[in-house]
Structure formats: structure tokens, C-alpha cells
Design a protein around this ligand. Structure first.
Ligand code: TYD
Length: 691
């Protein structure tokens, strides 16, 4: 595990300080203009969803509830249909035309279609418009993706991220805008033309987006990325058993979200909310989804990801139960938002779980999950309004009380039960901590710990782990980054789990080292040459290795060191501007080539780090700001050159969060076999490889 082979030059040794990764390059002017134009078109596209459904609801306002439900559900289903059936055709079709022209054609045609809807004033045309607008949106999204890639040719992941932000990001804003427009229309327009305003505003935003694209002079041509057919992916299956189990979970959450959207317009009408209420419910869902996606990977870090996914599904289904039963608009809005948070968290957890960390570019499992979500939502948009219409409204007498149950509420309840029926087995299949009670596991995770059943913990404490060769973990970072604290916390945590741990530091962990440290850090030491400084640190390190680290490693202990070779590379190499390769060579000789199994790099801007230090500063701390800037850039360059060995953390984050992430990463390199109790405590890996 620990590499002690022949000395090798550090991979980053020849990298100049301050080299920034390509992702930090500022975006170009055309790229920024395109991004803004696409966000406008994205806003119009999302605004068209409630606008067209509100139109369908308005055109059927004099019909029975069942007809209204089907008109709204049908409009939504027709908007999703192109993504289900025609997704693979969009790329090749859009690729026939110049990208910029394609974006403008899609915007202008969507504008014309949307404007004609209130003028024609017919349900059939509203339905056709929903389908056509979505077909054009598919072409637009394909052209948008390839345009962003063309303007960022070397940064494929960044272009993909920007494209999905431009396409999905404006959804919450569109829902809020729709609610505001509905309030304005309620006050200003007559009963028969309340939905018109949102449609005209949609058309107006499409016009702005067209003008914005027209101002971008040229977009280079790139190949269109192929998009797999959702139905084909569904029939081909997920590829792994893990993705299949996760697929069941995603189907359940997609059903809950699809069911709410399907009946939201009519249900809010029954509760007296009208279009403004409808917009508020959609805004709750959109914000909830976004927040949930953000929260998923960050919430309850020590908790099993599989358990979290299962729990999120069950929680989304329970939110739908409350939403269906409580006939109050405010409760419905909040429950929809909660449902969105759980669904979003389930989505981000599931996609992270099926992505193989060794082959992150294999997008097939995620494409499979997307297909599951899409097709389930499509089925929900058709089935839930049909069921709601068939059930109709009923008055139920129960326990002396009389309850009015709307068809939409009953259909939502049925959808919630179906989601629970899928969600509970999904949770059981996903659970990788069987036998460990859920509540204490969850409580421990809330306190940032992994729950170990008392009996297993006692067993672990009685048998410290001994191995032939130990594990070496180094903590690195600039001044005031909090390495010492984090190294201490990690050592305490490891000892709690029964490991034999040696904590140490550089410079000055041995008797000779203490004298060297005094020379190195005393501000009275003047005129010390850079080379002498480098060699004194290397001498301290050689003594440290011989007398502390090597003996501990040989008896199988885990060594946690506050600073190691990287400090010399960063301070004496990058900071003092000496050849980093030479310093790497000297240190490889001094250490016999011992490289840590894991280096935790705590990153902090020098001015913030130095502010944290108690005065007076030592000889190195009192170096000028640009020295510390170079040290920081040096550490980053070293870490980026060997990402497998480093954990880079933003040291300004809360201490508890940092130690959780550190524990999580240390678990990956802990020796095997481990005692039973420790195994329980360390089994919650983020990646789901297989069942
Ligand atoms: P110390 O008081 O241990 O500071 P810190 O809390 O930041 O670890 O002092 C160590 C100082 O020595 C620190 O400023 C960094 C510097 N140093 C080097 O310049 N090169 C090295 O190889 C090492 C180990 C430390």
C-alpha cells in the first residue's frame, strides 16, 4: 500500500507555480453572450409549460373536471413526448443547419407558435402547439450543446455543465414569473383571456433570445453528440444490477413528481388557487428539485448513500400522501417543495452511485436513469389525470365528520401508494447496512459520525489492528489552514476504531529535529541560504523517517504526519523559487522514497490563513504575501498532478464537515481485514458498484 520503491521525480516538479487549470480560464465574450442568450430561451421554454397548460385549462373551463384534467395532462404529456420518442433524431437534424441559424430558427418558430395559441383560441391547436414547441426545443437544445462545445473546445465537461444550466436553470424563475403574470392577469384581463398574458410574455422572451443570438457573429461547427433513444435504453436494460435497483428508486420519485405536475393546475383550482397557485406549486417543485440536487451529495456525508437514496424515495412518497390528504393550498405548496427536495436528492445520489469512479466518462447508466425518469413521468402525466377523472369528487362520512375528496387528491394518493410500493423494496434492495438500526444510524450521521453498534465497537476496541505494513497519511497546507487540528481529529477517530495510530509532525519530531526546527524557524536566524534551508528540512525529515515513521510503519501502525515532503516542494521549491525537481530528488534520497498513501491538502488563501495565526510570526510565516501565494499555487499544482493520492479541501469550510470528508476518504485506504466492528463502521462507500 505504501510506496517505498525507487525515488521518482515528482510529477508536478517541472510545473511552474501559479499554473491554473483550464477550468479557471475566464469565458470568452462570444461564450458569455451565447450563455445569456440560451438562458433567455431556456426561460421562455419553461414559461411555455405553465402558459400552455393554463391555456388548455382555460379552454375547458366550462367542461367537467375530467375533461379539464385530461386537457392539462394531455398538454403536458405532448410536451414530454418528443423527448421520449424523438431525442436521437434531434442531433442529426439540427446538425444540417448552421448552429447560430438553428438556434434562431428554433426561437422564431417557437415564438410564432406560442403567439398563435391565444389568437386561434382552440384546444386542438394548443395541444399541437405543445408538441411542436417541444420538438423545436429538442432541436434547440442539441444546437445549444454543440455551440457551447464549439466555443469551449478544450473544456467538454464545462460546456456540458453550462448547457444543462442554461436549459434547466431558468425553470424556477419561469415558475415564479408565471405566478406573477397570473396575478397581474387576474386583476387586468377578463375571464376568457387570463392565460394570454403568459403566452405573449413567452413569445417576447423568445424574441429577445433571437436578438441575443443574432448579435453573436459566428459559432464554429462541431459534431453533434449522439443522444441514445430513451425507449431503447429502457429495453436494453441498465447494464448492472446496481443501476437496476437504483432505476426502481428513480421510477418511484419520478412518479411522485410527475403525478403532482399532472394534476397541479386542476388541483390548485379546486383549492381556490387558480393560475397563481399553480405557478407557486410549480415554483415550489422547481426550487425543491434544484436544492435537493445540490443537497444530495452534501447531506449526511457519513451516512450510507444507498440508504439515503432509499430514504429519499420513501420520504418523497410520504410527502405526496400529505399533499393528497390535506386540502390546503399552503400545505400543498410546502409539501410539493419537500417532495422536490427529496426527488432532487434521490436523483443526485442515484446518478453519483451508478457512475463508476474508475470510468466516469461511461454515461450509459446515467442515460438509463434519465430514460427511466422520463418514461415514468410521461406515464404519470397520462395516467394520473385519467384516474383522477374516473374517480371524480366524493363526499365521505367518517367518524362523524364529512370529508370532500376531489378526484385529483384521490389520484395523488394512489400515485403515492404506488411509489411507496416501489420505494420500500427499492430501499430494501439498496440497503447496504442491513442489521444496523436506521434511527441510531441516522442520528450518528447527523452528528457527523458513522454508527457502530455498541457490541461491535467494544470488540473493535479490544483488538487493535496490527498489520505487516502500516498506512501513511500526511496533512499539508499553507499557514493557518488547520492541518494540526484536522490531523489530531483524524487520529482520534482512527484510535476510536481500534487502530494503532502514531501522530507526528515536521519539522522537529525528534531530538535532533527539535534543534533543527529552532534554527529553521527562529527569526534570529539570518542569512540562511535557500539551499541550506532545504537541506536542513531534508535532514530533519531523514531523522524523522529513521526514528519515528519507519519503525511505526514496520509494526503496522497508521502514521498521521502534520507536513511532509510536499511542504519542502511547496515552500522551498515554489516559494523560494528553486528547481522543484532537485528538491524532490534530495527528499527522495532523505526519505528512501517513502510516499504517503494519502495526502490531505487544506486550501486557504494566505491572507485568511495568516490572519488565523497568533502573533508573533516565525521566520517562514513572516515571509511576504507573494511568497505564500506561490506556496499555495505550488501545493495545488502538486495535488492536481496526482489526484488519486490527494484529498483537496477548502479549509474555510466548517471543521466538522472537513473531518467528515477526511474520515470518508481515509476509510478507502484503511487496511483489510479490519475487525468486525470497524467493518460495520466503514462499509458506507459512496459508489454502488454492484449488488
Ligand atoms: P510550524 O510551526 O510547524 O507551522 P505549521 O503549523 O504551519 O505547520 O512551522 C513549520 C514551518 O516550516 C511552516 O511555516 C512551513 C515550514 N516548512 C517548510 O518551509 N518546509 C518544510 O519542508 C516543512 C516541513 C515546513
Amino acid at each position: 500500500m505504501t510506496r517505498t520503491g525507487a525515488p521518482r521525480p515528482h510529477p508536478a516538479a517541472s510545473q511552474p507555480p501559479g499554473v491554473s487549470s483550464p477550468s479557471s480560464a475566464p469565458p470568452s465574450g462570444p461564450f458569455r453572450r451565447l450563455r445569456s442568450a440560451l438562458s433567455l430561451a431556456g426561460l421562455a421554454q419553461w414559461l411555455s409549460v405553465p402558459a400552455l397548460t393554463a391555456m388548455a385549462a382555460m379552454l375547458t373551463r366550462d367542461d367537467d373536471v375530467s375533461t379539464r384534467l385530461q386537457a392539462v395532462g394531455g398538454t403536458l404529456a405532448l410536451m414530454l413526448l418528443p423527448a421520449v420518442l424523438l431525442a436521437p433524431l434531434a442531433g442529426p437534424l439540427a446538425g444540417r443547419v448552421d448552429r447560430r441559424l438553428m438556434l434562431m430558427i428554433a426561437d422564431v418558430l417557437r415564438l410564432v407558435i406560442v403567439v398563435t395559441v391565444p389568437l386561434v383560441d382552440l384546444l386542438a391547436w394548443t395541444l399541437a402547439a405543445a408538441f411542436l414547441v417541444s420538438c423545436l426545443s429538442l432541436l434547440w437544445a442539441a444546437a445549444a450543446r454543440s455551440s457551447l462545445r464549439a466555443l469551449l473546445p478544450d473544456e467538454e465537461p464545462r460546456a456540458a455543465r453550462t448547457a444543462s444550466r442554461a436549459v434547466f436553470g431558468p425553470a424556477p424563475a419561469a415558475a415564479v414569473l408565471f405566478a406573477v403574470l397570473a396575478l397581474i392577469a387576474d386583476g387586468m384581463l377578463g375571464r376568457g383571456s387570463r392565460a394570454d398574458l403568459a403566452l405573449y410574455v413567452t413569445a417576447g422572451i423568445f424574441a429577445l433570445s433571437t436578438a441575443a443570438v443574432a448579435m453573436i457573429r459566428e459559432i464554429p461547427v462541431t459534431a453533434m453528440a449522439p443522444v441514445p433513444a430513451p425507449l431503447k435504453l429502457l429495453f436494453q436494460g441498465p447494464g448492472t444490477a446496481a443501476a437496476r435497483g437504483t432505476g426502481l428508486a428513480i421510477a418511484a420519485v419520478s412518479l411522485t413528481a410527475g403525478a403532482v405536475v399532472a394534476v397541479a393546475r386542476v388541483h390548485t383550482g379546486v383549492l381556490g388557487g387558480g393560475d397563481a397557485g399553480y405557478g407557486t406549486v410549480l415554483a415550489g417543485l422547481a426550487f425543491g428539485l434544484g436544492f435537493g440536487m445540490f443537497l444530495g451529495p452534501r447531506a449526511l456525508v457519513p451516512f450510507s448513500r444507498r440508504r439515503l437514496l432509499g430514504l429519499a424515495v420513501v420520504a418523497a412518497a410520504l410527502a405526496l400522501v400529505v399533499l393528497a390528504l390535506v386540502q390546503n393550498l399552503v400545505v400543498v405548496v410546502f409539501m410539493t417543495a419537500f417532495l422536490g427536495v427529496f426527488a432532487g436528492a434521490a436523483w443526485s445520489t442515484a446518478t453519483a452511485a451508478v457512475t463508476d469512479p474508475d470510468a466516469p466518462e461511461d454515461a450509459r447508466p446515467v442515460a438509463y436513469l434519465r430514460s427511466v425518469a422520463l418514461v415514468t413521468a410521461f406515464v404519470a402525466l397520462i395516467a394520473v389525470p385519467l384516474v383522477a377523472g374516473a374517480l371524480g369528487a366524493h363526499r365521505i362520512e367518517l367518524g362523524g365528520g364529512v370529508y370532500d375528496v376531489a378526484g385529483s387528491g384521490a389520484a395523488l394518493l394512489i400515485a403515492a401508494v404506488v411509489a411507496l410500493v416501489c420505494g420500500l423494496p427499492a430501499y430494501r434492495r439498496l440497503d447496504d447496512r442491513r442489521g444496523i438500526p436506521l434511527v441510531p444510524d441516522l442520528c450518528a450521521a447527523l452528528h457527523g459520525e458513522v454508527y457502530t453498534p455498541p457490541q461491535a465497537a467494544a470488540e473493535a476496541a479490544q483488538q487493535p489492528v496490527h498489520r505487516e505494513r502500516g498506512v501513511f497519511i500526511a496533512f499539508e497546507g499553507g499557514e493557518g489552514a488547520g492541518k494540526t487540528t484536522q490531523a489530531r481529529l483524524a487520529a482520534i477517530w482512527l484510535r476510536d476504531h481500534g487502530y494503532d495510530v502514531v501522530t507526528t509532525h515536521e519539522p522537529g519530531a525528534t531530538k535532533i529535529g527539535m534543534r533543527l526546527r529552532a534554527m529553521l524557524l527562529d527569526r534570529d536566524t539570518t542569512g540562511l541560504s535557500d539551499r541550506a534551508e532545504t537541506l536542513l528540512y531534508a535532514a530533519d525529515r531523514a531523522d524523522h523517517i529513521a526514528n519515528v515513521i519507519r519503525p511505526a510503519m514496520e509494526r503496522g501502525a497508521i502514521v498521521v504526519s502534520d507536513r511532509y515532503v510536499d511542504s519542502s516542494l511547496a515552500y522551498q521549491g515554489f516559494g523560494r523559487q528553486q528547481p522543484v525537481e532537485d528538491i524532490a530528488r534530495v527528499n527522495a534520497w532523505a526519505t528512501g522514497g517513502l510516499v504517503p498513501d494519502l495526502t490531505v491538502l487544506l486550501e486557504i488563501p494566505p491572507e485568511a490563513g495568516l490572519r488565523r495565526l497568533p502573533a508573533p510570526a516565525d521566520r517562514i510565516e513572516s515571509e511576504p504575501q507573494d511568497f505564500h501565494e506561490r506556496v499555495r499555487a505550488g501545493f495545488r499544482a502538486l495535488a492536481e498532478a496526482d489526484p488519486d493520492r490527494y484529498l483537496i479541501l477548502d479549509a474555510s469550510r466548517p471543521q466538522g464537515e472537513l473531518s467528515r470528508e477526511i474520515q470518508y476518504r481515509i476509510r478507502e485506504i484503511l487496511p483489510d481485514p479490519v475487525p468486525a466492528g470497524t467493518e460495520d463502521a466503514t462499509s458506507t462507500f459512496p459508489a454502488i458498484r454492484d449488488f
